[in-house]
Design a protein around this ligand. Sequence first.
Ligand code: FSX
Ligand code: SF4
Ligand code: F3S
Length: 378
Amino acid sequence: MYDDSANVNGTDIETRFGVSRRDFMKFCAAMAATMGLPKGADAQIAEAITNKERPSVIWLHHQECTGCSESLLRAEHPTLEKLILEIISLDYHETLFAAAGHQAEAARKAAMEKNKGKYILVVEGAIPLKDGGIYCKIGGQTSLELTREVAKDAAAVIAIGSCASWGGMPSTPPNPTGAAGVGEALGRKDVVTIPGCPPNPYNFLSTVVHFLTFGTLPALDHENRPVFAYGRLIHDNCERRAHFDAGRFAMEFGDEGHRKGYCLYKLGCKGPETYANCPAILFNDAGPAAWPVGTGHPCIGCTEKGIGFAKPIHALADLKTNPPISYPRIVEEKGEGASLGAAALVAGVAGLAAGAGFKLAGNLGKADAKDGNGTDAE
Ligand code: FSX
Ligand code: SF4
Ligand code: F3S
């Protein structure tokens, strides 16, 4: 439920965003919930988006596949067109820009001059450092020169995607171009990172909306990732976790365990050592299982430096948390009558067992119901 006290005009909302006031308020509530903000923050967000001046954004591209922008294009509620035009002022974006060549360069310089010290620089893609940075050039400048120039007068620098955050795919060993993340390339420790290949667009949007609403960036972790998005292990939110704890694993793609939606740990899932909110917020509003593990593919750890594009896909993840080594029996095996001693033991742990049983049954019932589907995760 959203807070309806925001001072925003419904007619203005419909004209500007092309959505009803109600849908707009739901969007703001979703942003606030994604960031774990307290009650009332949705109203503050709504007021900031509608009443404050849109922050100027300059978006640079370096070594990447443009998946970050693509992923943002698929964002819903509201659609990207509205987002670009009404939440941020996208003053330079090489792949979405109608202008080209000198015209585009002039637009970038004009936006930098006009919003000096106030614009947000968003960088997509890694920056090659080897051989003087010659492996990626835009308008005659190396990626490094261009990024330095734009970062100098930016209010905040956001590295979107794993490439810009820590090198990502272009930095895969042996890293022939010396691809590095923005923070490393600029020698700065204040570059916000939104890793993921591609990153979830809501994590980026929430970060920008936080900056717009409160004038500050959200709390960051030791790798400068927003804590609201990268504070928990994927493994701890995964819908297959009960299978992991119970020792039920897919051993091969397409085997019975895989078709039943069992845990993908033995296929190399890196969920146990990867921090991201993928299973909690999913991707692209495409349904309940719209994330890698949900579709039956192990997480490759795309948000995590040293794991994504570095650790082999089949290699087992390092476990940061371990499941209990044994569980109390909830019922006796069929055909074996319960002894008095066993009954006493069961009675002693009844509360615990009932709780655990309900939890397991709740999580696993769906898998049994969808048995044989082949791709269902739940
Ligand atoms: Fe691609 Fe972005 Fe991956 Fe990198 O996303 S989706 S290669 S993180 O910089 O375009
Ligand atoms: Fe953990 Fe991956 Fe298994 Fe999910 S599928 S429980 S993230 S190992
Ligand atoms: Fe990436 Fe793993 Fe999420 S591969 S998108 S971090 S589930």
